[in-house]
Ligand binder design. Structure first.
Ligand SMILES: *[C@@H]1O[C@H](CO)[C@@H](O)[C@H](O)[C@H]1NC(C)=O
Length: 423
């Protein structure tokens, strides 16, 4: 009897997930949803806001949620986050996340909806993520009576270094949530394809800055100075030895110096030099060891050259991002939903892990989470620039896929949870 019931549920579940997702893509392609998503995305694109400054973006989101009759929290979670609810408003809860922040970058794409804010640009597609999550909200609202629990929409600030996800976790807003899904739009895959993998996806990541101080003077008489430039050069070289000589060659690690500032005249040795960079590893152990060794190498090399030094790891402003690790069960769920999704041609599930980082990992530290990539490259069009380029463009035709997948992943996951409880 028990097994018979389970089989029935299984068949019903498959039937539902298939029929619901078919409708979702058609619904998302309907101009009511599609044109609306495009309009919102362009509006946000014109007014990009950096991490924790997404006040206008939040207002746009809240105004649309109000029109849809979707309630959201009125307290200020993580300064600018919007946390909204669709469904029974009761357990179980499943969350969908979109990041909202832009980059400090001057847009070089000439188009009607170019960024109106000098030096700021949505060059990583977060404007598209917001639009697609709103698209999912609009679709789910239409099906609210069928939702077997509550879908929590998480519009998150400050993904680009600020760790907005960490603040949301700390606020307790996701306390009763059973699982969370997030996506990133990418030109790496064609439209109609998705990509992900179980387990490790992105590395653990941190930033550091060091100031190396000597004694400035006339460049013709180095014996009267203490040269911080030469000391800093040795620091940069020695830091690479941490990777080539101390890290296990079979365990990926990275140290990169992205900033080296010092001096302003050809014939003057400056007082000090500042360097800054990022370091990455997959395991927490390797990462913490790397952090410790970076500090030792900087202070040690500086002192070899008679300089003093300070090292800052920005524990508050730029918290270390944990590794992004996809839950195995959710991977199966994703494969099932995306694999049976009318309109998705390919589910690439052998994505290589990368040394990139994603603050989605803060959610995954406390609840099962799943992150995937959504293809947007139109093979018949020009090759789109990759993220963080001033020439970054988004193919808006990918929006229905993102919106429908979001809606489908969440609603079918809730259905699955309910069946587990009943079975
Ligand atoms: C989580 O559930 C508990 C028990 O029902 C409730 O007291 C609490 O307010 C819930 N937390 C959130 C963030 O909804």
């Amino acid at each position: 009897m028990g097994s018979f019931k389970w089989i029935n549920c299984f068949i019903i579940f498959n039937f539902f997930s298939f029929s619901i997702s078919t409708n979702f893509l058609d619904e998302a392609k309907n101009p009511d949803v599609f044109d609306w998503m495009v309009k919102i995305r362009r509006k946000i694109h014109e007014n990009p806001e950096l991490g924790y400054e997404e006040f206008e973006t939040s207002k746009v989101i809240k105004a649309e949620l109000d029109k849809l009759g979707i309630p959201y929290r009125h307290d200020q979670v993580a300064l600018t986050a919007v946390i909204a609810f669709i469904g029974t408003k009761k357990s179980p809860f499943v969350a969908l996340r979109a990041d909202m922040d832009a980059l400090a970058l001057q847009e070089k794409v000439e188009w009607e909806h170019k960024s109106k804010v000098p030096g700021k640009m949505h060059a990583c597609g977060h404007d598209a993520h917001v639009a697609m999550l709103l698209g999912a909200a609009k679709i789910l609202k239409e099906h609210e009576k069928e939702i077997q629990g509550t879908v929590v929409l998480v519009f998150q600030p400050a993904e680009e270094g600020g760790g907005g996800a960490k603040k949301i976790v700390e606020s307790g807003a996701l306390e009763n949530v059973s699982a969370i899904f997030g996506l990133h739009i990418t030109p790496r895959f064609p439209i109609g394809e998705v990509a992900s993998r179980p387990g490790l996806v992105y590395a653990r990541s941190g930033f550091f800055e060091a100031t190396i101080s000597g004694k400035g003077g006339h460049a013709a008489f180095p014996q009267h100075s203490i040269d911080p430039i030469l000391a800093a050069c040795n620091v940069v070289i020695s830091l690479q030895h941490l990777i080539s000589r101390e890290a296990d060659p079979l365990e990926s690690q990275v140290v990169s110096i992205g900033s080296f500032q010092g001096g302003s005249a050809f014939n003057v040795i400056p007082d000090s030099v500042s360097i800054g960079g990022t370091f990455r590893a997959f395991s927490k152990e390797s990462f913490m060891l790397l952090r410790q060794r970076i500090e030792q190498v900087i202070t040690g090399q500086a002192s070899v050259h008679r300089c003093s030094s300070t090292v800052n790891f920005f524990d508050e402003e730029k918290p270390f991002y944990p590794a992004t690790v996809n839950n195995d069960e959710l991977h199966k769920h994703f494969q099932n939903v995306a694999g049976n999704f009318h309109g998705i041609n390919k589910v690439n599930d052998i994505l290589r892990p990368s040394m990139g980082a994603e603050d989605f990992s803060f959610y995954q530290e406390v609840i099962p989470g799943y992150f995937f990539l959504l293809g947007m490259q139109d093979p018949s069009q020009e090759r789109l620039a990759s993220g963080h380029s001033p020439y970054y463009k988004v193919n808006e035709d990918a929006f229905p896929y993102g919106a429908a997948l979001h809606a489908s992943l969440a609603s079918s996951y809730l259905l699955k949870l309910q069946q587990k409880v009943e079975g």
